[in-house]
Design a protein around this ligand. Sequence first.
Ligand code: S3P
Length: 197
Amino acid sequence: MSTATLDLEMPTQTTTRMPVPAHYDRIVLTGFMGSGKTTVGKLLAESTGWKLVDLDREIERRDGRSVPQIFAESGESAFRRAEAAALASVLGQRRVIIALGGGAPEELGNRLLLEQTPRTAVVYLSADFAELVARCRKEAEDPAAVARPVLADADVARERFARRKPHYERIADHVVETGSLTASQCVDALLAKLASK
Ligand code: S3P
């Protein structure tokens, strides 16, 4: 299986694809760090004409600090509170693709909110832990990359992954196995799954 497949292909032109079925107003992308939520979200937004909200960027916009700064200065629990508030607010929008942070589904309140928000498709972008770490390492080589405080300790990150995986699976209406797919293929697979249900 190749590593970091997801960021190898970023088409510059919008291709004609399947529209989002009319019974959805929101598509939520979930999965661990490195699962491609932001990359796939951008392509999906391009394909559908829907707006992309990356929840981390929304938190930063509301707070005025970067995610690593919030972690360092106020701690993870403050970040989680900001994340929950941002999610609740963004779920009020329509024709929106929401790329969650990897830890959002660990909070019961967020899971309930996602479950109870109508006309919302939750899609889990899955990959195995080794693949996810390889992608994150590759992304971190980019000077513009945002630091991920939660990845600082590999053992703790592995524990978090094990703890979160059942939550990703449970909240998902659809799962896209991203391992062997390019980002564009993930978008195609995702839209095909939405069309089927
Ligand atoms: C986190 C994932 C990050 C960001 C924060 C915490 C996590 O988002 O929300 O650094 O707990 O897994 P990405 O999954 O978009 O990297």
